[in-house]
Design a protein around this ligand. Structure first.
Ligand SMILES: NC(=O)C1=CN([C@@H]2O[C@H](COP(=O)(O)OP(=O)(O)OC[C@H]3O[C@@H](n4cnc5c(N)ncnc54)[C@H](OP(=O)(O)O)[C@@H]3O)[C@@H](O)[C@H]2O)C=CC1
Ligand SMILES: O=C(O)[C@@H](O)[C@@H]1OC[C@H](O)[C@H]1O
Length: 479
């Protein structure tokens, strides 16, 4: 069985930690690999390697840094099937979706390489004679990327591509649930002759390795994708050195369906937003508000669609819409939340249990709940699974108010054929993203950013790239 070592300063090295973490195939519970639990020393070694590599990397013209990003895209494409299978096995991602994640990741490196000639400053008029005010964009230094398990490969690229193109070096900590695909990528990096120390990968537990990376004075920026609680811990650790943070945390996305919506479009979009990776995506629709006059029809059609979802092994299933959840703890959490909702009076129309055909794995049926109250746990807390509670509304103002009644602010959506409804909702919804008449999923040239407890800062596009830059202003007086 494969054991992944730490990748520090251009080499695979052993950790001094004595224990290992087993990585399971969630569909079969078979052990696929092991990683180290990691140590504070591993984290510091990686940071020191990145710090040592920083001046030369920053001095390299951006177009030469871009060439390395293109090489990363190339090695991903050359190994696309192997990487997709590795990803599918380690986290029960349906193979078609795993392939999409790998291919989009290659595109992401190419896309970010395109910033090389477009990282721009400004010249501002001075109030003084013979003076120019120059606003430069300069690298921050060492960037730390802490990755989640749900889209581990793509999210790794979000952090690596944006930091490297802007002249920062980088240390990545994969999630201990799904590190394999990232560590296989580290192996490919060795072959593209990236200068040692520019990109490092340290595995291990968030509470030790992640914490050490977050509180080190070497770290210039920490970008974490994960839970609110991990984000809060990173903020506390970063407080020690007032280190910049960019956090993409949980969500509780509302989908509003008006009576004038194209119902088939709304149903297809919401179901696909919920079934994709078994609902374990921060931007998935997590609750649906449906206008009173179409509520019964909507709920009936939604229940039918959710009951027709095909659940199979992620890698070998030939018709799978979704597969196992990522872990037993994820299964336990979702089971408990649905049971709690039932005790609070929710009615289960579909699902609410495990599929019978599997002896192993962490499978859970697509579930539709009604009769939930706005202040219940199932409407307020992130489920991160294939569970959809549906509620009724009478006016759009009421739907917008219920949508905004949450501590999260990542994504939201509205389904309507009426321009005025759409404008009212896009203005009124307090979320970083609003999708109109389509599923919840962002584009690499957009800006993926949560409001409220969903995060600070953001990723993707020009604004995501600029997260990794300091602004330096020079007042240049001449005679
Ligand atoms: N917004 C999103 O994209 C995601 C949201 N979630 C939400 O979070 C819930 C729990 O999932 P979970 O896997 O536990 O997510 P976590 O937030 O715990 O994990 C995300 C990453 O943060 C690391 N981490 C954890 N604690 C710390 C810390 N103190 N300092 C630094 N890094 C840390 C983890 O390391 P490690 O796990 O290796 O210990 C992992 O690499 C899910 O049910 C879901 O609701 C989860 C994943 C993604
Ligand atoms: O769930 C998330 O926050 C991210 O991990 C996710 O990864 C791919 C999606 O596009 C992102 O939102």
């Amino acid at each position: 069985m494969k054991h992944y070592k730490q990748y520090i300063n251009g080499q695979f090295v052993d950790s001094k930690a004595t224990s290992v973490i087993e990585i399971l195939n969630p569909c079969t519970e078979e052990v696929l690999s092991t990683i180290t639990t990691g140590t504070v020393e591993d984290a510091n070694n990686a940071l020191e390697a990145a710090q040592a590599a920083q001046p030369a990397w920053e001095a390299l013209p951006a177009i030469q840094r871009a060439a390395f990003l293109h090489k990363m895209a190339d090695v991903i494409r050359e190994n696309r099937v192997f990487l997709a299978e590795t990803l599918s096995k380690e986290q029960a991602k349906v193979i078609g979706l795993a392939q999409v994640e790998i291919d989009v990741t290659a595109d992401y490196f190419d896309y970010n390489a395109g910033w090389a000639r477009r990282i721009e400053g400004e010249i501002i008029q001075s109030d003084r004679e013979k003076e120019h005010i120059y606003l430069h964009k300069v690298p921050i230094g060492v960037a730390v990327g802490i990755c989640p398990w749900n889209f581990p490969f793509f999210v790794m690229a979000r952090k690596v591509a944006a930091s490297l193109i802007t002249g920062n070096t980088c240390v990545i900590k994969p999630s201990s649930e799904a590190p394999n695909t990232i560590m296989e990528f580290a192996d490919f990096i060795q072959k593209i002759e990236l200068p040692a120390g520019v990109l490092n990968f340290v595995c291990g537990a968030g509470r030790t390795v992640g914490n050490a990376l977050s509180k080190s004075p070497i770290t210039g920026i920490i970008s974490l994708t994960g839970s609110v609680s991990a984000g809060q811990k990173v903020i506390s650790a970063a407080a020690e050195n007032i280190t910049k943070v960019s956090l993409e945390l949980g969500g509780k996305a509302p989908a509003i369906v008006c009576a004038d919506a194209n119902l088939d479009l709304a149903l297809n979009s919401i179901v696909s937003s919920k079934v994709i990776f078994s609902g374990q995506v921060c931007n998935c629709a997590e609750r649906v508000y449906v206008e009173d006059s179409i509520y019964d029809e909507f709920v009936e059609k939604l229940s039918k669609k959710m009951s027709e979802v095909i659940i199979e092994d992620a890698l070998t299933g030939t018709n799978a819409d979704m597969s196992s959840l990522v872990s037993k703890s994820q299964l336990d959490k979702i089971t408990e939340m649905v049971e709690f909702a039932k005790n609070e009076g929710a009615e289960v129309l579909v699902g609410g249990n495990r599929p019978e055909q599997f002896d192993k794995g962490y499978f859970y049926n697509p579930t539709v709940l009604t009769n939930c109250s706005q202040d219940s746990q199932i409407i307020q807390e992130e489920v991160f699974g294939p569970v959809l509670p549906v509620m009724k509304f009478n006016t759009l103002d009421e739907a917008i108010a219920m949508s905004n009644d949450t501590e999260f602010g990542l994504t939201s959506s509205i389904f309507s054929e009426n321009f005025n409804n759409i404008m009212k909702a896009t203005n009124g919804l307090h979320f970083g993203e609003t999708y109109v008449n389509r599923e919840h999923f962002e584009a690499i040239q957009g800006f993926h950013a949560g409001w409220k407890k969903s995060g600070v800062g953001g990723a993707d596009g020009k604004h995501g790239m600029e997260e990794y830059l300091h602004t330096k202003v020079v007042y240049a007086k001449y005679y």
